[in-house]
Design a protein around this ligand. Sequence first.
Ligand code: GLU
Length: 335
Amino acid sequence: MDPTPFQNVPQTVSTGALPGWQRVDDLVHEAHDRYSVENAGTVADYIPVLAEVDPDLFGIAVIDVAGGVHDVGDALHAFSIQSISKMFIYALAIQEHGHAHVRDIVGVNNTGLPFNSLMALELNGGHPMNPMVNAGAIATTALVPGTTASEKWDSIREGLSAFAGRQLDLDDEVYRSESDTNDRNRAMGRLLVSYGRLHDDPDDVVDIYTRQCALSVTAHDLAVMGATLADGGVNPVTGERVVSADVCRDTLAVVASTGLYERSGEWLFEIGLPAKSGVAGGIVAVSPGKGAAAAFSPRLDNAGNSVRAQLAIGHLSRSLGLNLFASVPTDEESA
Ligand code: GLU
């Protein structure tokens, strides 16, 4: 990602809580004003219905671990969660099976190849390597609790709803549009079976995966979901424990190196936060112990990441002091 947009944003370093509510709110508005004029990128159209969205939508939400809320612009506009579901499904799978089992079956590395690559599977003897792109995510979906397809879908919907703190609904139009055009993901399901990496019916698993991607969320929901991972697995709005603190740590570690497709390394280098993006235009970034920032805008770069959402979250990471790798000597900090 190009660092130029942040060159005149002061690099704040913080090891404690977020700044006070008003300061955070001012910075969220500032990021929205500043990047709403950015029109680079194109809307995803390989899922036909996604191409019909208004490309100018732009919302930002920040939720802190005390439950403080900042929603700006189109933060309550609904869109499909798409790949961002992979992060939360991964958390549900390791909560169920443990860190080592899921690491062995699916892996924790970046493939360096596009999210829908079949070649990545072939090059690695059928080992998906990365749970945040399609092949690994399809294998991970098969690991959620439940013995039948319907039980697995229920645990996904209930699990993601617990992260969001409200019942999430399926966007039927998006589900049908993707189901009619997802031959590539079906091929991936069969390839996983042929390599002995998937033991359930591949069409059932890909169908559940397609549904999970079509769950309807807002930037506000994504920020609550991310803030749950920032808060050791307890939803800061509802108070419900959704997953363990260890699951949050493991999920964020994987997402840090895989969450923005082939741009994951650049993102971590420039922004310094675990984050996950999806092709409908959402991104959520998590600052452990502090909160989460989510943004939504449909125009994407050529890896599939929303252009405005990257800019907005980059701005907030810098101005709120969220970069995990930034520090200053303690005598300068207290001076
Ligand atoms: N449902 C989409 C697919 O499988 C998700 C893609 C994404 O957001 O990366 O192609």
